[in-house]
Design a protein around this ligand. Structure first.
Ligand code: FE
Length: 147
């Protein structure tokens, strides 16, 4: 999937993207990186970037940008906020996933029940996060499958 205009290389390694000034509803996104044979992949890198709750990217610094690696069980966990809308796009989180020594997969993750999904040509329902509301924001799950 297209990486779009806002990717920046060199994001900090961190699993929480929330800073004191971050705008948006809290989201804890978890899942596995899996092979096409459905085997968990340890030490895969995931580089996330996204807009804040108002649909604004930090293009000067590394706000709401960060990379991490899956644990021994192939799991990742990202603490962030639900991204807002920006012109022409529905809500989405960008990610580049790379298994150790493998090829980079660039994709985007989407949110269910967003009115703008149907107006976004990039939207793909197969890339929709499973979301649950909690007392402390949202939890989401999505498993990424890579070659
Ligand atoms: Fe984007």
């Amino acid at each position: 999937m297209t990486e779009g205009p806002y990717f920046k290389a060199g994001s900090p390694q961190r699993s929480s993207l929330i800073e004191a000034s971050t705008v948006g509803e809290k989201l804890v996104l978890t899942g596995y990186v899996l092979s096409v044979a459905c085997k968990p992949i340890a030490n895969a890198s995931l580089d996330f970037w996204q807009a804040d709750g108002n649909g604004v990217y930090d293009n000067m610094g590394f706000g709401l940008r960060g990379h991490q690696f899956t644990d021994a069980a192939g799991r990742y966990a990202l603490t962030t906020v639900v991204p807002g809308l920006y012109p022409g796009r529905t809500e989405h989180i960008h990610v580049k996933v790379q298994p150790p020594g493998g090829t980079v997969l660039t994709t985007q993750l989407f949110f269910p029940d967003v009115r703008e999904n149907v107006f976004d040509a990039i939207f793909d329902r197969r890339l929709t996060i499973s979301m649950e509301k909690t007392s402390d924001g949202w939890t989401g799950t999505f498993n990424l499958v890579v070659k």
